[in-house]
Each structure stands twice: as structure tokens, then as C-alpha cells.
Design a protein around this ligand. Structure first.
Ligand code: FAD
Length: 380
């Protein structure tokens, strides 16, 4: 293998380039991405950066060592197709890049709900700059969706002194990842921090012509809003791969070693639906740690090496910062798992363990990093 193209210049793409060099690949690496920026970190976009407490420079992912990786950066260009016959990445400029290997790392984008001015989503630096500017002016914020991004935006907005209402269609926040019981604990976090949480009712309309002034719910209620943030999940950026022959199931389907249906094409990060040993299923993770770790496995696959990482990285992990508390979750939860609080209480710091057939399969902690770490090790 002499040349490799990495498509997507964010955390997973940069991590892939780093891993290839760390695994002694000395050939040419092209890293291309449709954003014009060098890779930056997304988690601060809903936290410190949104609060105005971090600068653009401070959220750069690039280290001085990255400058020595000898990467061929192509920023501000979009891949529009992958031609499997010669593994060519076709760009919006019409150019075809033919290399021996391809890393797909095109991530995901925020799901939208069209509306007038004042309605935001949050995925990119530009999104965060626009929202930050509006939050600075104060007023009332309605957040649609009580998932991680919605909860973090609500938390940051409270910190900035806004009136905040969070609307969630499901009966509790984070029902999918955490289940009903722990979802209620998250509802408590919102309530204790002065946020109005409305659950179990969908939004029917964003009200306003030139600018949003309210959110109408399916039950007829209208919630006044100076600013609206839509946090209803993300869609993987895989449409450009239509016709490539790759299996798409949410994301690009891969085995546990990140290999796709096309030889020497691997997929990593938020755009990949990969077989996960811990979950025993193909899952698509939208977690920072996965986008950092998975490329090490993918690089080994591309270079035809045995990976020492596959087993070590198989337990999914994410964190979220809300209202000054740190939530950490490891493992994979399913409906029917039993959950037990093993430390603390749901009104404050706690750790809870999910069990299936008496076996621990996941752990959630709020401000309990040590207990969390102990249980996390039990899962691997
Ligand atoms: P992305 O970061 O989405 O990068 C993909 C890149 O590919 C983008 O630059 C995109 O523009 C580019 N691209 C897409 N299509 C094309 C194309 N056709 N051609 C060229 N380039 C293309 N995770 C946690 O675990 N904890 C957190 O607290 C947390 N907070 C978050 C807060 C926010 C606001 C967001 C948005 C995410 C957060 N995450 C968090 C998730 C984490 O940031 C993602 O899992 C991670 O960024 C995924 O990295 P990625 O490189 O796979 O994808």
C-alpha cells in the first residue's frame, strides 16, 4: 500500500491519519474534508465554546506533532462519489483521486426542522458561532429534543441566564441510550436547574414568519421562544456513497475491524455502522471516544496487520457535561436490562449498573468517576 485517501477531516479522519503514521505507514496520505477549517473538537461547541469561555484556537484538534505527519490536506472539497472499480474518490471539482486505500470518515450532520430566523441546529463551528451570538442577547430559549446536545445547550443557556424550556416527544429524556429509570434522573437534573421540561408531546410547528416567536405543540400549547434549538439527532453523511456497492444500514456497514464490502476501504467514526463485540450487533456510535479509537483498528486493517486494539476498544463510552455535573456511560443497554443504583442517590451524584441475566452490561455515573471506572473495567 503506497497511497491512502481519508475522506472527512474531523476527529475520526485525523485519528486515522495519526494511526497510519503510528503504525509506520510511510506512503502518501491525502486528507480531504468539505469544511474549510483544520480539524476542530465538537464537544466544546455545546459547552465552553458556546458559553463564550473557549476560543476557536482552543478547540483545534491539531497538535504540533500533527504538523509533522506529512499529510496532504485538501480542505473545502466535497467527495461526491466512490467508484469501486478503481477505488476512486470523486470530488465536487470533478477530480478523481485514485489511491490504494480509502478511509471513510464523513461523520454525521444535525437533523433539521425547517423554520424562520432564530431556529438553530448545532453541529459545526459556524452553527456554534451563530447560536452563541444569539444566546448572548438573552431571552427565552426553547430546545426541541432532550438528548445530549439538547441537554447541554439547555445547561449552557441556563448558565448564561436564559429562560429555558426543553421539549421531548418521548416520556423521558435519553430514553433510548439510558432507559426510563435513568431518563427520569436526567429529568431531575433539568428540574433542579430551573429548566422547564415538557415530555411526551411532539412539536407541531415553529411559529413566526420573519423570526420565530413560539413553538406550537401537538396538544395545542404554544411556548414562547426568542431562540429555538433543534436537537433531534444526527444523520450519517453517507448519501454520497450511493451506487458504490457498499452496504449502508444507517451508516456504512463494517465488520469489527472496520472493513467494508470493498477491499481496502474502511469506515470509522459517526458514519460507520460496525459490528461491536460487546453489543454483539452492528451499531453506529456517535461518541467522541469511538471516533478517536476506532481508526487505530481501521489503520491496522488497511495495513494488513493484526490489531491489538479491537478487543480493548469494544466497550462503548461517552460522557456529557450538564449543569456542572459529568455524566459518564459505558457499555450497551437494551430494553429489559435491570438497572440498580450502586452508589449515591438519583438526586445527586450516583452510579447505576445495568444487568442482563445478572451480568453487568453497562454503567452510568453522575459525578462518580472512580466508581464508574471500577465498573467500566468489569465490562471488558
Ligand atoms: P464528524 O465530526 O461529523 O466529522 C466528519 C467530517 O466529514 C465533517 O467535517 C464533515 O463536514 C465532513 N464531510 C462530510 N461529508 C463529506 C464529504 N462528502 N466530503 C468531504 N467531507 C465530508 N461525544 C461525546 O462522547 N461526548 C460529548 O460530550 C460530545 N459532545 C458533542 C457536542 C456536539 C455539539 C457535537 C456536534 C458532538 C458531540 N459529541 C460528543 C460527538 C462527537 O463530537 C462525534 O462523535 C465526533 O465528532 C465524530 O467524529 P467524526 O470524525 O466521525 O465525524
Amino acid at each position: 500500500m503506497r497511497t491512502i485517501t481519508v475522506v472527512g477531516a474531523s476527529l475520526a479522519g485525523l485519528s486515522a491519519a495519526r494511526a497510519l503514521r503510528a503504525q509506520e505507514f510511510a506512503g502518501r496520505i491525502i486528507v480531504l474534508g468539505d469544511e474549510s477549517h483544520e480539524p476542530y473538537d465538537r464537544p466544546p461547541l455545546s459547552k465552553d465554546f458556546l458559553a463564550g469561555a473557549a476560543s476557536v484556537d482552543e478547540i483545534s484538534l491539531m497538535t504540533p506533532d500533527d504538523k509533522l505527519l506529512d499529510l496532504d490536506w485538501r480542505l473545502g472539497v466535497r467527495a461526491t462519489a466512490l467508484d469501486p472499480s478503481e477505488r476512486a474518490v470523486v470530488l465536487d471539482t470533478g477530480e478523481r483521486i485514485v489511491t490504494d486505500g480509502v478511509v471513510l470518515a464523513t461523520g454525521a450532520r444535525a437533523r433539521e426542522m425547517p423554520g424562520p430566523a432564530g431556529v438553530h441546529t448545532l453541529r459545526t463551528l459556524e452553527d456554534a458561532l451563530a447560536l452563541r451570538e444569539e444566546l448572548r442577547q438573552g431571552g427565552s430559549l426553547v430546545v426541541i429534543g432532550a438528548g445530549f446536545i439538547g441537554a447541554e445547550v439547555a445547561s449552557t443557556a441556563r448558565q448564561l441566564g436564559l429562560e429555558v424550556t426543553v421539549i421531548e416527544t418521548l416520556p423521558t429524556p435519553m430514553l433510548g441510550p439510558l432507559g426510563a429509570e435513568m431518563g427520569l434522573a436526567c429529568a431531575g437534573l433539568h428540574a433542579r436547574n430551573g429548566v422547564t421540561l415538557i415530555t411526551g408531546v411532539p412539536v407541531s410547528e415553529l411559529v413566526g414568519t420573519s423570526r420565530v416567536h413560539a413553538v406550537r405543540l401537538a396538544d395545542g400549547r404554544e411556548i414562547p421562544a426568542d431562540i429555538v434549538v433543534v436537537g433531534i439527532g444526527a444523520t450519517p453523511n453517507v448519501e454520497w456513497l450511493a451506487g458504490s456497492g457498499l452496504t449502508i444500514n444507517g451508516g456504512v456497514v463494517t465488520d469489527a475491524r472496520c472493513s467494508t464490502d470493498i477491499p481496502q476501504v474502511v469506515a470509522v467514526g459517526d458514519c460507520a455502522s460496525s459490528f461491536n463485540d460487546h453489543a454483539g450487533a452492528v451499531i453506529r456510535l456517535e461518541h467522541w471516544t469511538n471516533a478517536l479509537q476506532q481508526p487505530k483498528i481501521a489503520a491496522a486493517s488497511l495495513l494488513g496487520r493484526a490489531s491489538v486494539h479491537a478487543a480493548r476498544f469494544s466497550v462503548p463510552y461517552f460522557w456529557s457535561d450538564q449543569y456542572g455535573a459529568r455524566l459518564q456511560f459505558a457499555g450497551h443497554r437494551r430494553d429489559g436490562d435491570e438497572v440498580e443504583v450502586v452508589e449515591g442517590s438519583l438526586e445527586g451524584a450516583f452510579a447505576a449498573v445495568y444487568r442482563r441475566d445478572s451480568r453487568p452490561v453497562a454503567v452510568l455515573a453522575v459525578d462518580q468517576p472512580r466508581v464508574f471506572g471500577r465498573w467500566r473495567r468489569e465490562l471488558s
